[in-house]
Design a protein around this ligand. Structure first.
Ligand code: ATP
Ligand code: ZN
Length: 304
C-alpha cells in the first residue's frame, strides 16, 4: 500500500474496487476504457497507476464505503445495495453522510427484494406484520418497513439468507435477486422490490479541495463518455432529400444528426449516433423509407 494513507492533501487519486467477485471485471474494464492502466504489485492489493496518477485498491466490496469515509481511498465502485445500507446505517445512528453515489454505472444489476414462501397468498406488505424477516440488509429493511407502517422482527444473517425460512429461522426474507432461480430452489417467491441496484461510483459527500478534484473531474468526464456510448452505434446512410423527414422519425433514439448534401443537392448523407439497438429490422425499415448504403459502425470513444 502507498506510504501516504490518510494525509489531508494528496495529488494522486485512489479508487477502490472489488478484489474478486461479480463487480471486479466490469469495474476494471470501465476504468481501463477510461484510459487508466496500472503496474500491478505482487500482492495485488494496491496497483500503481501508470497512465494517470490514479491508483487502485483491491478490497472486499463491503469495505469500500468505510474506506471512503476514513479517507483511505477517494472513490469506489460498489453495488448501490451496499452503499445504501451503509448510508442508512449512518443515518440511523445520527452520523453525518460521508459518502454518496456519484454515478450509476449500468452493470451489476439486481434487486433487493422481499421474498415469501411459495405457498403464501401475497396481497400486501401488511402481511409481514409480526413476522420474522431474515436479511443481510437490516438498515434498508428497517427503513422500508417504517415507510409501510409495518412492524416486523428483523433477523440479521451474514449469508445463506434464502435458506432461513426452511430452517425455521424466519418467515420471509429480504435479499438480492437477479434471476430468481435461487429463491425458486428454496420454495420462495419475490413479491416486491425495495431497491433497484446496480454498480455505482461512490465518492465523498463533499468535493475534494486539492489536486484530486481535477483528477476526479477528468475521470468522470471520461467515464461519462464511455457510459454514454456503451450501447450506441454510429449510423450512416444516404437518402433523397424528400425522404429525410420520414427517416428521421424512424430514429427517435438518435442524437441530432450531421446531414450534408452529396450529388448536387438532391441526395443527402446522414450520420447519427443512435442509442437504441440497431437491429436488422430497423435497417430494413430505413431502407424501405428510402435510405441507401446503410452502415452501422461501433463507437470507441466520445468526448462531448
Ligand atoms: P466480497 O468478497 O467482495 O464481499 P460478495 O460475495 O459480497 O464479495 P458478490 O457476490 O461478488 O459479492 O456481489 C457483489 C455485488 O454484485 C453485490 O453487492 C450486488 O451489488 C451485485 N450483484 C449483482 N447480481 C447479484 C446477485 N444475483 N446476487 C448478489 N449480488 C449481485
Ligand atoms: Zn461482500
Amino acid at each position: 500500500m502507498s506510504p501516504v494513507a490518510n494525509s489531508a492533501v494528496r495529488d494522486r487519486l485512489r479508487i477502490a474496487i472489488q478484489k474478486s467477485g461479480r463487480l471486479s471485471e466490469p469495474a476494471r474494464a470501465l476504468l481501463a476504457s477510461s484510459g487508466l492502466s496500472w503496474r500491478e504489485s505482487r500482492d495485488k492489493l494496491f496497483c500503481y497507476g501508470e497512465s494517470l496518477p490514479v491508483d487502485l485498491l483491491l478490497v472486499r466490496d463491503d469495505d469500500i464505503p468505510g474506506l471512503i469515509a476514513e479517507g483511505v481511498c477517494d472513490l469506489g465502485i460498489v453495488g448501490r445495495n451496499v452503499l445504501r445500507e451503509l448510508i442508512n446505517e449512518r443515518e440511523e445512528s445520527g452520523k453525518p453522510a460521508a459518502f454518496r453515489e456519484w454515478r450509476a454505472l449500468g452493470f451489476g444489476g439486481c434487486r433487493l427484494s422481499i421474498a415469501v414462501p411459495d405457498v403464501w397468498d401475497w396481497q400486501s406488505p401488511t402481511q409481514l406484520a409480526g413476522k420474522r424477516i431474515a436479511t443481510t440488509y437490516p438498515n434498508q429493511l428497517r427503513a422500508w418497513l417504517r415507510t409501510q407502517g409495518v412492524q416486523a422482527d428483523i433477523v440479521m444473517l451474514n449469508g445463506s439468507v434464502e435458506i432461513a425460512p426452511r430452517l425455521g429461522q424466519a418467515d420471509a426474507i429480504c435479499d438480492l435477486v437477479s434471476s430468481g432461480a435461487t429463491l425458486a430452489a428454496n420454495q420462495l417467491k419475490p413479491v416486491l422490490d425495495i431497491l433497484q441496484s446496480e454498480a455505482v461510483l461512490a465518492g465523498p459527500a463533499h468535493p475534494f479541495a486539492d489536486a484530486r478534484a481535477d483528477l476526479a473531474d477528468l475521470l468522470l468526464r471520461r467515464m461519462d463518455g464511455v457510459l454514454r456510448i456503451r450501447d450506441s452505434k454510429l449510423l450512416m446512410f444516404q437518402a433523397p432529400r424528400e425522404a429525410m423527414n420520414e427517416l428521421l422519425q424512424l430514429l427517435p433514439d438518435a442524437e441530432p444528426p450531421t446531414v450534408c448534401a452529396v450529388d448536387g443537392a438532391d441526395t443527402l448523407a446522414l450520420q447519427a449516433l443512435c442509442h437504441g439497438a440497431m437491429t436488422w429490422q430497423r435497417l430494413e425499415d430505413l431502407k424501405r423509407a428510402g435510405a441507401r448504403g446503410l452502415m452501422v459502425l461501433p463507437v470507441e470513444r466520445m468526448l462531448a
